[in-house]
Write a protein that binds this ligand. Structure first.
Ligand code: ATP
Ligand code: MG
Length: 230
């Protein structure tokens, strides 16, 4: 039946600072999706100075796209790791060539994407957010000094480890990332046009309920009700 429960195979698209990480944490908690964030994976690899991290770090520092082949193999292996679970992609794919590689992998796994969520946040609120943003690199948890501060200043709520500023969260690099996002968003949204939904707002609190109701209405899944695997 059309309203049968479907597994969650989600993609979040939105400009830098639009709240992809924040929405992902909520979806992870409420729907049990595995959160696969290309940016978080790259930052962890850079911190640990893995071979991938060393190849990627200059691109990330400059706000430029890391070459497709590095990203494609990174995400392929993450998708194999999560197996048949429900998952959410954040930050990948970012180019049509990445999207085509992903589609091929998902066809093989028989796990096609079934919802692409396009976060629309006005640009004037985003730069301030980026300036106020601190992250916990190992987990990717995001804090904002104005509206989502850590319980203890400078420390992650869960582990107590120190928070960092992202070196690419400067006004100059932010501008490069924003231009980069605008260049890729339209072709990518076209590529996935039959599964895209737009959600809009000034804050993550305004947007999250819209995402939840799209999941409920389109995929028949209620928060807290998700089976672990399909
Ligand atoms: P935010 O985390 O603020 O929502 P963002 O989209 O700018 O925004 P990340 O997704 O964390 O940030 O990506 C950080 C950097 O990692 C990018 O600027 C780019 O250098 C690299 N990167 C991440 N994903 C990809 C990708 N799919 N293809 C190429 N490079 C990527
Ligand atoms: Mg992010």
């Amino acid at each position: 039946p059309a309203n049968a429960i479907q597994p969650l195979r989600l993609l979040l698209i939105g400009c830098p600072g639009s709240g992809k990480g924040t929405q992902s944490s909520r979806l992870e908690k409420n729907f049990g999706v595995a959160h696969l964030s290309s940016g978080d994976l790259l930052r962890r690899n850079i911190t640990e100075q893995t071979a991938l991290g060393q190849q990627a770090q200059q691109y990330v520092a400059d706000g430029k796209l890391v070459p497709d082949d590095l990203l494609v193999s990174l995400i392929d292996s993450e998708l194999l790791n999560v197996g048949n679970a429900n998952w959410l992609l954040d930050g990948f794919p970012r180019t049509i060539s990445q999207a085509e590689a992903l589609d091929a992998t998902l066809n093989k796994l028989m796990q096609p994407l079934n919802l692409v969520i396009n976060l629309q946040v006005p640009e004037d609120v985003i730069l301030q957010r980026i300036m106020d943003r601190w992250i916990h690199i190992p987990s990717g948890r995001v804090y904002n000094l104005s509206y989502n501060p850590p319980r203890v200043p400078g420390l992650d709520d869960v582990t107590g480890e120190p928070l960092s500023k992202r070196p690419d969260d400067t006004p100059e690099v932010f501008k490069v990332r924003l231009d980069q996002h605008h260049a890729m968003a339209t072709p990518l949204l076209d590529h996935y046009h039959d599964v895209v939904v737009n959600v809009k707002g000034n804050t993550s609190d305004e947007i999250y309920p819209q995402i939840e109701s799209e999941i409920v209405n389109r995929l028949g899944v209620l928060p807290g009700s998700m089976p672990e695997a399909f």
